[in-house]
Ligand binder design. Structure first.
Ligand code: ZN
Ligand code: ZN
Length: 364
C-alpha cells in the first residue's frame, strides 16, 4: 500500500519548489519509512535541481523517526531516531572493505534519482518522478531510506542540530580529519568558507593546525571563520590571494582545501602549496574544472586529492562530531539558521546569497 506525503517538488521551467502530495512506493525489504523531523540544505541540493530529471524531490540531510521497517531489516526498530546519510551499495569491493564513501556506485546511487535497480520511490499523479536523492529525498514529510545508510542517535539531541551534520559539515570536518589527516603545527589554507569550509576551519583548529588561512569573497563568512579558528582571512575579491598567502607562508602551505569548484581558486590552491604539499578538493560530479599544466603540481611534488564525503563512515563519524560539539570543540551550531519547511524557497535563496551558511528546515 502506497503512502501519501507532502513533498517540495521542483518542476521544469521553475526553480522554486512547489508543495505537492506525492505517493511513496512500497518499502523494499532493506528499506525503512521515516517521519521527517528536520532536513539540512546543502549546496548539492542547488546543483541537484539540474542534475536530476524533473519533476524531482531533493534533500539529502534528513533526520527523523522510523515509522515502518522492511521485512529484512533488523538493526533498527520503529521509534528509533536516525540521521540519514549517503547511499552505498554494500556489495562492491570498496563497501565490503569499509570505504563506503567511495562505493563503486556512489554517483548512481546518490545522484540518479532512483534506486540502484532503476525503480522510483516517488510518484506524482500516478507517474514516477525523480526521488531517492542520496537514497532519501528528505524534502518531504516522510521518506524511504535504506536501513544501512542510517545512523541511530539519541532522542535528546535537537533535530536541527542532527540534520546539519550528514553532508556538508561531515565532509568539511572529514576532509581535514579523515582524508588529509592534518596534524598539529601544519599549515592549512581553506578556500571558500560556506558550511564545508567553516567545518574544515573548525577541524583544523581542533587538531592544532597553524596557521589556518580562510579565503572567501564574503566578509561576513570570513568574520565567522575567524571566530571558529582561522588565524588569518583573505578577501579574494579585494586582495591578491596568492601574494597574501606567500606573505604569511613564504615556503607555501602544507595543505590547501578547495570547496569552491572554481578554476582560478583550484589553481591557486595548487600554487600556494609547499614542496610535497597536499591539495584536497570537493566538487559537484558534473562540474568540470580545467587544471593548470601538471608541471605546476610536479614542480612541487604535490598531491591533488578528490575528497568524497570527507572519507567518512557516518556510523562512526557522526557520533564523534556530536560528542566533539557537546565538549565545545566543534561548535557547528554557529553555522545553522532554521526555517520552517514551507519557507524552503527562502532558505535556498539565503544559502545562494550567502546570508545563511547552513539552512536547516524544520519539518514538524
Ligand atoms: Zn559499494
Ligand atoms: Zn550535500
Amino acid at each position: 500500500m502506497t503512502t501519501s506525503v507532502t513533498a517540495a517538488v521542483v518542476h521544469d521551467g521553475d526553480d522554486d519548489f512547489r508543495f505537492e502530495t506525492v505517493e511513496l512506493d512500497d518499502l523494499r525489504s532493506d528499506e525503512v519509512l521515516i517521519r521527517m523531523e528536520a532536513s539540512g540544505i546543502c549546496y548539492t541540493d542547488v546543483e541537484g535541481k539540474n542534475m536530476l530529471a524533473r519533476p524531482a524531490v531533493l534533500g539529502h540531510e534528513g533526520t527523523g523517526i522510523i515509522e515502518k521497517t522492511g521485512s529484512d531489516t533488523s538493526r533498527l526498530k520503529i521509534g528509533d531516531r536516525v540521521v540519514m546519510a549517503f547511499g552505498w551499495c554494500g556489495d562492491c569491493p570498496n563497501c565490503v572493505s569499509g570505504k563506503i564513501y567511495i562505493c563503486d556506485h556512489n554517483i548512481a546511487i546518490n545522484f540518479d534519482g532512483k534506486r540502484l535497480d532503476g525503480s522510483s520511490t516517488i510518484k506524482l499523479n500516478g507517474q514516477a518522478i525523480s526521488g531517492a536523492f542520496f537514497q532519501q529525498s528528505s524534502f518531504a514529510s516522510k521518506s524511504i531510506c535504506l536501513e544501512r545508510d542510517l545512523v541511530k542517535v539519541s532522542g535528546k539531541h535537537a533535530p536541527e542540530m542532527l540534520a546539519a551534520l550528514p553532508c556538508g559539515v561531515m565532509t568539511g570536518a572529514g576532509a581535514i580529519l579523515n582524508s588529509l589527516k592534518v596534524q598539529a603545527g601544519e599549515s592549512l589554507v581553506v578556500f571558500g568558507v560556506g558550511a564545508v569550509g567553516q567545518s574544515a576551519v573548525m577541524a583544523g583548529k581542533l587538531v592544532g593546525a597553524y596557521p589556518i588561512i580562510a579565503v572567501d569573497i564574503n566578509d561576513n563568512r570570513l568574520e565567522m571563520a575567524k571566530t571558529l579558528g582561522a588565524s588569518h582571512t583573505i578577501n579574494s575579491a579585494k586582495e591578491d590571494m596568492l601574494r597574501r598567502i606567500k606573505d604569511i607562508l613564504p615556503r607555501g602551505s602544507h595543505f590547501s582545501f578547495d570547496t569552491t569548484g572554481n578554476e582560478k581558486i583550484l589553481n591557486t590552491a595548487i600554487d600556494c602549496l609547499a614542496m610535497g604539499g597536499h591539495c584536497g578538493i570537493v566538487n559537484a560530479p558534473d562540474n568540470e574544472i580545467p587544471i593548470l599544466a601538471t608541471n605546476r603540481l610536479f614542480s612541487r611534488a604535490a598531491h591533488l586529492r578528490s575528497i568524497y564525503l570527507g572519507s567518512s563512515v557516518p556510523g562512526r563519524f557522526i557520533p564523534k562530531l556530536i560528542r566533539l560539539n557537546q565538549e565545545g570543540l566543534f561548535p557547528y551550531e554557529r553555522l545553522i539558521t532554521t526555517y520552517k519547511f514551507e519557507d524552503i524557497n527562502l532558505a535556498m535563496s539565503d544559502l545562494i546569497s550567502g546570508k545563511s551558511i547552513k539552512p536547516v528546515l524544520e519539518m514538524l
